[in-house]
Design a protein around this ligand. Structure first.
Ligand code: IMP
Ligand code: MG
Length: 176
């Protein structure tokens, strides 16, 4: 697997430090709102590892809800298709923390967030581990961002190419 990786972009130590910081920022923010229970909506499958690490830095009462979304299928080139969403979680009356792996075109997070808004949650905030330095991604409302990265296709720490490389502990760029 490691032979397919051109270079490591973010090493596991830096990821884990940043995830801890994100957990602290989210906790402070929710404590300021005064509520101690949230619905954590994790967008599968890319956020699998991120959310598992992040939630262990969140000390409040959490209901985990998984939902699916897919856009890139078997390619590293952005498609113009709208993401396909699975069943929506039940978040009525809850403070929602929406967690995804990466903001790329921003379509996925924008779509999911607007669908969740219709379910009458108390509040919604979003958290992504990565955001590409693209105008479309920067314009999407997102309260918590781990790292801003260049516009290149990355894998590892949950992110895949064609279903592979999710188990790489670091975030890397695959060979062209
Ligand atoms: P968006 O809708 O274009 O923002 O795409 C978001 C989704 O596409 C993410 O949730 C990822 O699953 C996937 N994606 C976007 N960029 C990458 C990448 O560089 N590597 C792996 N998956 C990606
Ligand atoms: Mg995704």
């Amino acid at each position: 697997m490691i032979r397919d990786i051109d270079h490591i972009l973010i090493a596991r130590g830096a990821i884990s430090d940043r995830v801890r910081d994100l957990g602290e920022a989210i906790t402070k923010n929710l404590t300021d709102i005064g509520d101690t229970e949230i619905a954590l909506v994790a967008v599968m499958t890319g956020s699998l590892i991120f959310v598992a690490d992040l939630m262990r830095h969140l000390p409040m009462k959490i209901q985990i809800q998984l939902m699916t979304a897919s856009s890139y299928i078997g390619k590293t080139v952005r498609s113009n298709n709208d993401p396909m969403l699975g069943k929506l979680p039940d978040v009525e009356g809850m403070h929602v923390l929406l967690v995804d792996d990466i903001l790329d075109s921003g379509k996925t997070l924008t779509r999911i967030r607007s669908e969740l808004e219709t379910l009458q949650p108390k509040s919604i905030q979003s958290c992504v581990l990565l955001r590409k330095k693209l105008q479309s991604a920067m314009e999407v409302p997102c309260e918590h961002v781990g790292f801003d990265i260049e516009d290149e296709f990355v894998v590892g720490y949950g992110l895949d190419y064609n279903g592979y490389y999710r188990n790489l502990p670091d975030i890397g760029v695959i060979c062209p």
